[in-house]
Design a protein around this ligand. Structure first.
Ligand code: ADP
Ligand code: MG
Length: 243
């Protein structure tokens, strides 16, 4: 579903991604972790061309991300993204947030878009919030609306960039549960997170990044029980200590 080969990215002279190689199969769930500033966000933002790479290849479902606008649009239609900050439109209700893109971009008639939105709000377990505005919802609820909004576009891949980092602790699990259910339904996903319980139970593979490089890729058991790289061990030591 996603092929990344010898990917490099620079911000000006700063070498942000260094020879990244990562292939992700259909239905696979990958967690990316690593210290702040290790280019986790940069990597997943390259996958839907929110950032441009300068060297190497990214191919999503057979479409190469390159200068062709047609390809970029095609990939963006297939890839949904959820951010740390929910990025909902504050002046629109939950329903309006959800039906906007399906109507404008997928050209669904309003009624169909509303049906879809209603089903997806049930899936993220907040059907009763349909007519509220974002600021009338808790952070956990807003993030679940953001997830439903992405799903309205019927993506083949979902990217999550620290989806629970802006939430109060008691709301983290309600969002992780929804993401976990999506994973169980077979959605291909990449999730940047430091929620190691989630990584252990949901991920097929864990990617550890440091300083713009992939340092280690392992299945969860291997990653937590026998990390190979010294930098991985240090990182795990730090975050597990902070729990
Ligand atoms: P992470 O998500 O792992 O915390 P980021 O991908 O956000 O890391 O950032 C990786 C590095 O790239 C950081 O050093 C950051 O300062 C730098 N960076 C990120 N975005 C930009 C940008 N738009 N312009 C210049 N430097 C950037
Ligand atoms: Mg980040």
């Amino acid at each position: 579903m996603i092929q990344i080969h010898h990917l490099h990215k620079w911000y000006g002279r700063f070498h942000a991604l260094r020879d990244i190689n990562l292939d992700i199969s259909k239905g696979e769930r990958v967690v990316i972790c690593g210290p702040s500033g290790s280019s986790k966000s940069t990597l997943i933002r390259c996958i839907n061309r929110l950032e441009e790479h300068q060297q190497g290849q990214i191919i999503v479902d057979g479409i190469e991300l390159n200068a062709k606008a047609k390809n970029v649009h095609a990939v963006r239609r297939e890839v949904g993204m959820v951010f740390q900050q929910f990025n909902l439109f504050p002046h629109l209700t939950v329903l309006e947030n959800l039906i906007l893109a399906p109507m404008r971009i997928r050209k669904l008639p309003r009624e169909e878009a509303e049906d879809l939105a209603t089903r997806l709000l049930e899936r993220v377990r907040i059907p009763e919030q349909v007519n509220k505005y974002p600021n009338q919802l808790s952070g956990g609820q807003q993030q679940r609306v953001a997830i439903a909004r992405s799903l309205c576009m019927r993506p083949k891949v979902m990217l999550f960039d620290e989806p629970t980092s802006a939430l109060d602790p008691e709301m983290i699990n309600e969002v992780l549960d929804v993401i976990g259910e999506l994973a169980q339904d077979g959605m291909t996903m990449i999730c940047v997170t430091h929620e190691m319980g989630f990584a252990r139970t949901v991920a097929d593979r864990i990617v550890f990044m440091d300083k713009g490089e992939i340092v280690e890729i392992a299945d969860p058991v291997e990653f937590f029980e026998q990390p190979k790289n010294e930098r991985t061990r240090q990182f795990l030591g730090k975050i597990l200590q902070n729990r």
